[in-house]
Design a protein around this ligand. Structure first.
Ligand code: PLP
Ligand code: ZN
Length: 435
């Protein structure tokens, strides 16, 4: 079983570099962080985690509105930045009232430079790549990782290679990867197959892997948790009870849990104040939900996965060994939602001015479901993470929204059209909002 405990007084092992090293969560072996390229434990194949000789505290965070504000929690002081992070923590009063919780906030990660939280991981990952002196970066992606890799790799002047599942990536994401200069390979297979291939390429020394298997990506993504805790506390004088997020490879779930563990170890977060990590998956791709329900340590690989939420269309979540304990230890849960529930949540968010892609809306759909079943209490302070921007998947947005109405090029005709539609349109709008 994975050991994710952090010592109260960490001591840097000999292999550490400036107080940073990598520890295997399965066998506990320590590894040098930047001597040679490793992604998993060379002793046992287990997942690695970055470790530090000191823990971050809130008073160390200052200045810049970017991931690098949190350098006290990161392996470096700065890196290639666009700048990422500093995303809004929206209030959504109507949705809050409808869902029925004490507080509902939306952490909109779609407001990052390339439109998803992947930028937070990439700014740190590319900095590490520079330290290692590699010249080609690669990832498998359902889309957003490739957009972030292409942008950050390009800015760093490095070659970028992305492997995408043919026909299963939203239009906006491919457009980004293409324009930011990545070499795009469309693989005849799903995301999990792409990850198998790119891991082979990385093992053969052909490229530096920047999927969330790379422990340094998760270090950057920890800053989502740090921002939520800081801002929520400034606004409300306490930390949120629960953070609800969509789960694909479970990198974000793992990153948030690491954020909390480090704050607890450093004494700035009481164990009882740790938000409950609550993961949401699509019904057609829910191996994490299955593992939580069945009380298993590992996920079973789903060979066939399908959902409108392409960013979480993943059957073999690589970070499950880090994320499952996070969900359990924080007292959270995991829930699956249908594509229709996702689309409804996407509309509800959009009605409050928050435009997100389908995977992101899964968080709100999941919260709704857990409120209805009573698993989430009406007295809770909840933050839902929306992971990617509406424009990432313009086809899904257009399908979920209303259709354009053709009118003649004539003002009187347009007025007649508006008068004729207003009753029907208003009624239709009301009917839709009931479902
Ligand atoms: C990557 C991604 C996810 C899944 O995140 P994991 O860390 O892999 O669980 C969810 N939503 C969007 C928009 C993403 O890009
Ligand atoms: Zn090991």
């Amino acid at each position: 079983m994975a050991d994710l405990s952090l010592p109260a007084n960490p001591e840097a092992p000999d292999v550490a570099d400036d107080g940073v090293w990598l520890t295997c969560i399965e066998c506990g072996h320590d590894h040098a962080p930047f001597d040679e390229i490793i992604y998993t434990c060379t002793e046992c194949g287990g997942l690695l985690e970055a470790r530090y000789d000191s823990y971050p505290t809130f008073d160390q965070f200052e200045g810049r509105t970017s991931v690098w504000r949190y350098s006290a929690a990161l392996p470096f002081e700065e890196g290639v930045t666009l700048p990422e992070g500093g995303t809004p923590l929206h209030r959504v009063p109507r949705l809050e009232e409808e869902v029925g919780v004490r507080n509902l906030r939306i952490k909109h990660e779609g407001m990052n430079p390339t439109g998803s939280f992947k930028d937070r991981g990439m700014t740190v990952g590319v900095r590490v790549a520079q330290e290692l002196g590699v010249d080609r970066l690669a990832c498998a992606s359902t889309g957003n990782t490739s957009a972030a890799l292409a942008a950050y790799g390009g800015r760093a002047g490095l070659e970028t290679l992305v492997l995408l599942p043919a026909g299963k990536v939203a239009a906006g994401k491919i457009a980004q990867a293409a324009l930011h200069g990545a070499r795009i390979l469309e693989v005849d297979g799903n995301f999990d197959a792409c990850l198998d291939r790119v891991q082979d390429l990385a093992d053969r020394g052909e490229a530096y892997l920047l999927n969330s298997l790379n422990p340094f990506r998760l270090e950057g993504q920890k800053t989502i948790g740090l921002e939520i805790l800081e801002e929520f506390r400034d606004d409300e004088g306490r930390f949120p009870d629960r953070i609800v997020l969509p789960v694909g490879n479970a990198g974000n779930t793992a990153a948030l849990y690491k954020c909390f563990r480090e704050l607890v170890a450093g004494g700035d977060l009481a164990p009882g104040d740790v938000p409950k990590l609550t993961g949401v998956q699509a019904e057609g791709a829910a191996p994490m939900v299955e593992a939580i329900r069945e009380g298993r340590e590992e996920t079973r690989r789903w060979e066939e996965v399908e959902t409108i939420a392409t960013a979480i269309r993943i059957g073999n979540p690589v970070n499950a060994p880090k994320a499952l304990p996070g969900i359990r230890e924080t007292g959270g849960t995991a829930v699956a939602v249908s594509d229709d529930e996702i689309t409804d949540a996407q509309r509800s968010l959009a009605a409050e001015g928050v435009g997100v892609e389908p995977a992101s809306a899964a968080s709100v759909a999941g919260l709704r479901k857990l409120r209805e079943s009573g698993e989430v209490d009406a007295g809770e302070d909840v933050v839902c993470l929306t992971t990617g921007h509406l424009l990432k998947d313009p086809d899904a947005a257009a399908a979920a929204g209303s259709d354009p109405q053709p009118v003649p090029n004539d003002t009187d005709a347009i007025l007649r059209h508006l008068a004729g539609q207003s009753v029907g349109g208003g009624l239709l709008g009301k009917v839709r909002s009931l479902f």
